[in-house]
Design a protein around this ligand. Structure first.
Ligand code: DAH
Length: 351
């Protein structure tokens, strides 16, 4: 076989081998067998020196051209294999872009959280500081300091969960789950001097049967303002401002006489019905009365201010307490308080 035939044969075999190589390992084996240090074409190039000058020139040119071509063919084959692999992986993990997307379930706030935040934000705008107090409370703060002694009939207003304190707190009348946020009035005044302007959010507990408007656990926000010259007008103005922020700028508030042992006079605050403004005798929100009771309030009883060591000639104050559930029920049209604590997603997703 002439040297030229030998090169042609190398070329044929090399091209066939390259076409058959189907992965990177096969390509590398091929490169080493043809173009490597002891590869077939390298062998030819190396043996050129043994040839006569004429033959060497002809064969040398052919062999070098072939070397260049095969190197280019190797790269081309490598690219081709990469393309094939890419296409295979794309088809394997194929996306059907016409399928509906998977919904993202975003968390959301509980309606009571939304309501509470709005209540507090409204009072913060009016300069109230938000303060929290203990849920486990002494009789001394929950009742005694608020002028509700043990034998007082007003205790019936708050059915109480009493705690067994092992006799430790008997001096303070025993421990209980606070029935309202009002005890923070006494706790705060005990340690602070006027001017006072606080809002106290918190959970309260009542030992009573649950129904559509009563839960054994509820959230309240208490307000306390003590300063020089605080009057009923401040009470009404502040609560009217609040009612308008929560229920609409047109709202009017009404004060009706009421009784709470820690205020004098005591009032019930009602806002005119935001659904019908008193025009619909069969309104489902106000049941035709035209008014919605939203909280209890009053002027802090001077006896309490005196017990706190305040100069009662100089300082007066007002207090108020509202139920967050009640406000939320009115705002969102919820007709059963028990919905708030049942964790039923069908209910919660509406807010
Ligand atoms: N603590 C009362 C309750 O739970 C609500 C209340 C009424 C709070 C009048 C007050 C107030 O501060 O002045 O029913």
């Amino acid at each position: 076989m002439s040297a030229v035939d030998a090169v042609r044969e190398i070329e044929e075999q090399a091209r066939a081998g390259l076409a058959a190589a189907s992965d990177e390992r096969a390509l590398e084996a091929w490169r080493s067998a043809v173009l490597g240090r002891s590869g077939s074409l390298t062998g030819v190039l190396r043996s050129l020196g043994e040839l006569a000058p004429e033959e060497r020139r002809a064969l040398g040119a052919a062999a070098n051209r072939l070397k260049g071509e095969l190197e280019a063919a190797l790269e081309a084959r490598r690219d081709e294999l990469k393309q094939t692999a890419l296409r295979a992986s794309v088809t394997a993990g194929a996306l059907d872009v016409t399928l509906p997307g998977r919904p993202l379930h975003r968390g959301r706030y509980h309606p009571l959280t939304l309501t509470l935040r709005e209540i507090l934000a409204t009072f913060e705008r009016m300069g109230f500081a938000t303060i929290e107090g203990p849920e486990i409370e002494h009789d001394a703060y929950n009742f005694e300091a608020l002028r509700i002694p043990a034998d007082h009939p007003a205790r019936d207003m708050w059915d109480t969960f009493w705690l067994d304190s092992g006799g430790e707190w008997e001096g303070a009348g025993g421990l209980l789950l606070r029935t309202h946020t009002s005890p923070m009035q006494a706790r705060y005044m005990e340690t602070h001097e006027p001017p006072i302007r606080i809002a106290v959010p918190g959970r309260c507990y009542r030992y009573e049967a649950t129904d559509a408007t009563h839960e054994w656990m509820l959230q309240q926000v208490e307000l306390l303002v003590v300063d020089e010259g605080v009057s009923m007008a401040d009470l009404k103005g502040t609560l009217q401002e609040f009612a308008r922020a929560m229920f609409g700028p047109e709202r009017r508030v009404m004060m009706r006489n009421s009784y709470f042992p820690f205020v004098e006079p005591g009032v019930e605050i009602a806002v005119d019905c935001f659904a019908c403004a008193g025009t619909n005798p069969s309104c489902p929100v106000c049941r035709g009365s035209g008014w919605l009771e939203i909280m209890g309030a009053g002027m802090v009883h001077p006896e309490i201010l005196e017990r706190m060591g305040y100069e009662t000639e100089r300082y007066t104050g007002f207090a108020a307490g509202m139920g967050v559930e009640r406000i939320a029920m009115l705002r969102y049209g919820v007709d059963d308080i028990r919905n708030f604590y049942q964790n039923d997603l069908r209910f919660l997703r509406q807010f």
